[in-house]
Design a binder for this molecule. Sequence first.
Ligand SMILES: Nc1ncnc2c1ncn2[C@@H]1O[C@H](COP(=O)(O)O)[C@@H](OP(=O)(O)O)[C@H]1O
Ligand SMILES: C[C@]12CC[C@@H]3c4ccc(OS(=O)(=O)O)cc4CC[C@H]3[C@@H]1CC[C@@H]2O
Length: 323
Amino acid sequence: MTSSSVPIYLGDEDLTQETRDLLSSLPSEKGWLVSQIYQFEGSWHTQGLVQGILNCQKNFKAKDSDIILATTPKSGTTWLKALLFALIHRDKFPVSSKHPLLATNPHPLVPYLEADYRVSPDVDFSELPSPRLMQTHLQHHSLPVSIKSSSCKIVYCCRDPKDVFVSLWHFGRKLSPEETAEYPIEKVVEAFCQGKFIGGPFWDHVLEYWYESRKNPNKVLFVTYEKLKKQTEVEVKRIADFIGCGFTAEEEVSEIVKLCSFESLSKLEVNRQGKLPNGIESNSYFRKGEIGGWRDTLSESLAEVIDRTTEEKFRGSGLKFSC
Ligand SMILES: Nc1ncnc2c1ncn2[C@@H]1O[C@H](COP(=O)(O)O)[C@@H](OP(=O)(O)O)[C@H]1O
Ligand SMILES: C[C@]12CC[C@@H]3c4ccc(OS(=O)(=O)O)cc4CC[C@H]3[C@@H]1CC[C@@H]2O
């Protein structure tokens, strides 16, 4: 059973017999926020997510024009959802007081594949305007085959794992204050570094997309939260070029950058009040939005534990997080 405060799609209601049989054969562990997590295709998920992944792998048919945003949780999903939505639809929705991002949180504007397939195995994305934009937290090897075999584009965003961890830590404690109150941070860091965490192991997730981006740079664009934060306009133009909607010399990128900035989005009423369709408070997705914010939560020794894991895992890959 999952805790009642986490989204319903993570839960174990109405699983198919096929999923139940599969789950009974998978390694499982007690989770931090959810009572049980399962290792499926090398990554850890709830029962509900395994059901959503199976449905998605079976039923999702990518189109060549699709754009898939892939991230690990807390690596910049909300920001990229906003930026990609604004970039793709800028002809239809120029930046103005009527822009959809001023009235709607970025999450409902961009479907979350495995969660939506969890809610309904027959979910229909055919009504989405072209190019269709969708999000996933899946590891590369677990993506539906058609995403890998079609010419659709994958934008991958990752972030320094210390900031990812701290972002998750605060997100989880807000989501489930009672369940998390007694949980020492040291234990949660340990589980995160062992990879036994929803979507984990974090480092394997990043490395897979890193190597894919190097092997096939026209298919996978590798973006880091840090670079996006430091040189937003340059990175947003690079993303726009990659997804096939580059900026002309006359066009201004700064309006979209400003619209999607943490400062703008986090001040909007729609992102400050109320809940998203998944039951999570809209403001949970906007906390600090900084590079290196981990310093106010992690001791030096815990930061070292995460850094050591990063060094070990990334050794020889050419990948580094610059802060
Ligand atoms: N427009 C934006 N610009 C920069 N960071 C943003 C952002 N919107 C959300 N974030 C930050 O991204 C993290 C959430 O990640 P995700 O969207 O993948 O769940 C949070 O980090 P912090 O908790 O460090 O503040 C959140 O504050
Ligand atoms: C899917 C989700 C982001 C991940 C959140 C999460 C992360 C780690 C967890 O620890 S453990 O229980 O696996 O040990 C639990 C959770 C539960 C909530 C998850 C979030 C719900 C919506 C976000 O996109």
